[in-house]
Design a protein around this ligand. Structure first.
Ligand code: HEM
Length: 130
């Protein structure tokens, strides 16, 4: 079981890297007025990676048997996940102006960096708690 836990954790982290790199590439593509970032293939790839990432995270959560209301770092991470998804959708599609997409994308990357810090420190304040 410890090996399986470690393998799932590594998979979770690898999928985090893939997910953020793909988001950043699509965002830069949107800013450059490219069409591929919003086409079906890119959307499906992103959705597949994100689904696997969430499934690996949920599996770790299940194995740890922790509650997000008691383990505040996990609660903060899940709240920020929703914020990241909303910011990401504005960065790629919903924001009408170029500078709006730029700003939402920067905010989304800052939020995901904070999620990584929260997961690594197990402190709900993440970088702010250092
Ligand atoms: C964009 C979304 C996410 C990011 C950026 C992220 C980031 C990370 C990182 C970097 C770690 C490894 C921490 C370490 O070095 O020990 C981690 C672990 C973990 N994540 Fe995520 N995660 C995300 C989504 C989720 C979700 C949705 C869940 C729960 C449903 C989750 C639950 C966990 C758990 C339980 C651990 C294990 C912590 C441990 O064993 O120390 N994560 N996450």
């Amino acid at each position: 079981m410890p090996n399986l836990y470690a393998a799932t954790q590594h998979t979770h982290v690898a999928l985090v890297v893939l997910s953020v790199v793909l988001f950043a590439l699509r965002w830069v593509g949107v800013l450059a007025n490219a069409r591929w970032p919003l086409q079906r293939r890119a959307r499906m790839l992103s959705m597949g990676i994100d689904t696997a990432l969430l499934a690996a995270g949920a599996t770790l959560w299940w194995w740890l048997q922790i509650h997000p209301l008691h383990q505040h770092w996990l609660g903060a991470k899940l709240v920020l996940l929703v914020v990241y998804i909303v910011l990401g959708s504005f960065a790629l599609k919903r924001a009408r102006r170029w500078w709006g997409k730029l700003l939402f994308g920067l905010l989304a990357l800052a939020v995901v960096a904070q999620m990584v810090a929260i997961a690594q420190t197990r402190n709900p304040l993440g970088w702010l708690g250092l």
